[in-house]
Design a protein around this ligand. Structure first.
Ligand SMILES: Nc1ncnc2c1ncn2[C@@H]1O[C@H](COP(=O)(O)OP(=O)(O)OP(=O)(O)O)[C@@H](O)[C@H]1O
Ligand SMILES: [Mg+2]
Length: 360
């Protein structure tokens, strides 16, 4: 059942229809606003009872429960949109898997989380609510993980948009699909909207062809629309290729922060290693030695390393038919299978980008 019904009337006609159906009199402008809500209410009632409810019934019911009926409609619509956009609930614990030293946890805590959770204090000091941020950095450094953790710690919905999804109807339609998705998202509240592979829809217009230019233009139009919303929406965009973004995206005023996400220090590696080791059938493991061995590892490398160890242990027990405990030696045996993603060249390039592009 859809609620796009041909009920558009002039304000005067709205006033007279409402009067005919309920006997209540309203000024035309007020009646026009009520009319659209009555139409929505008719749709909602029909959805609830599973058959078409008459306009008169909907009108009377709406006028009797005006506030509540409108809120109910909004909540119902939100649920629909959340489902359609694949909104996820993320547990608060995800935030705790990130060490305080893992870049950029402290920064995100200060610049994003606290202004959103300490609302009245932020308002008192004129701290503007963050609405749009960019994460950039090499693959596997934990950008997506961070975005989810932010949604978890805020207890907001997490919605992920991958540009390749917007390309399903062909390249020509990406701009229109993007507009539609952003329009839908603007109806929601308490949402972290994550756009991954951001360079795909925000690439530099200098070198782009006609279609890519129009996609970037569309996105540039969408940012202020989203930022002007009163509802709580945090747009987070992530990219491995900050250099490819259009210069206009990076100008102050568009995004509140542009945040680099780079390599892990010892404490960062320790927290992730401990998190994953707790899932293994582990015996004696020397954490300090593992921290040493995993220099240059991203969170993705650590996860892959642990996967290798887990499979090895599983297979050993299948063969030997006796309890196999993972020890430091198991890790030493498996380490040649994993190569650190963060070579000195990657780190050097990332550090250059961090100096040029970061805005925190
Ligand atoms: N602090 C952490 N604790 C545990 N696992 C983590 C942590 N950070 C990241 N990971 C894991 O490491 C893997 C890589 O992280 P993630 O996907 O967030 O990286 P990314 O920067 O988004 O990579 P890409 O640029 O390729 O999209 C994921 O499986 C993620 O769950
Ligand atoms: Mg990612």
């Amino acid at each position: 059942m859809n609620n796009k019904t041909p009920y558009s009337l002039s304000p005067e006609a709205c006033a007279s229809r409402i009067f005919e159906m309920s006997g209540a009199e309203f000024e035309p402008d007020i009646a026009a606003d009520l009319w659209s809500k009555i139409i929505n209410h008719k749709w909602l009632l029909s959805e609830k009872v599973g058959r078409d409810v008459g306009l008169r019934t909907a009108c009377i019911d709406f006028l009797e429960n005006m506030e509540q009926a409108h809120d109910e409609y909004r909540a119902y619509k939100h649920k629909d949109i959340l489902k359609e956009m694949g909104a996820q609930n993320i547990s608060r614990e995800m935030w705790d898997t990130i060490a305080d030293s893992q870049p950029p946890k402290q920064l995100v805590q200060r610049r994003i989380i606290l202004p959103l959770t300490e609302e009245s204090l932020a308002k008192k000091h004129g701290v503007v609510r963050p609405k749009a941020i960019i994460f950039f950095g090499p693959p596997g450094t934990g950008k997506t993980h961070f975005v989810k953790a932010i949604a978890g710690v805020l207890s907001w919905w997490y919605i992920e948009i991958i540009p390749s999804m917007l390309m399903a109807d062909g390249l020509e339609k990406v701009g229109a699909n993007l507009r539609e998705v952003m329009q839908q998202a603007r109806n929601l509240d308490e949402v972290v909207l994550f756009i991954d592979e951001f360079e795909e829809i925000a690439g530099s217009r200098d070198t782009a062809d006609r279609i890519d230019k129009s996609i970037t233009n569309e996105f540039l139009k969408q940012i202020p629309l989203l930022k002007n919303q009163e509802n709580k929406i945090l747009l987070v965009c992530a990219t491995n290729y900050i250099r490819q973004l259009d210069a206009a995206m990076l100008r102050p005023g568009r995004f509140d922060c542009i945040i680099p996400v780079g390599g892990l220090d010892r404490k960062g590696r320790a927290t992730i290693l401990e998190h994953y080791i707790s899932k293994l059938n582990a015996g004696q493991v020397d954490l300090d030695q593992l921290i040493e061995m995993t220099s240059g590892f991203t969170p993705a490398d650590i996860q892959y390393f642990i996967d290798q160890v887990a499979h090895f242990a599983f297979e050993q027990e299948l063969i030997d038919k006796k309890d196999y405990r993972v020890t430091t030696d198991t890790f030493i045996q498996m380490i040649p299978k994993v190569h650190p993603s963060l070579s000195s060249k990657v780190i050097e390039e990332f550090e250059k980008d961090s100096i040029i592009y970061s805005r925190v």
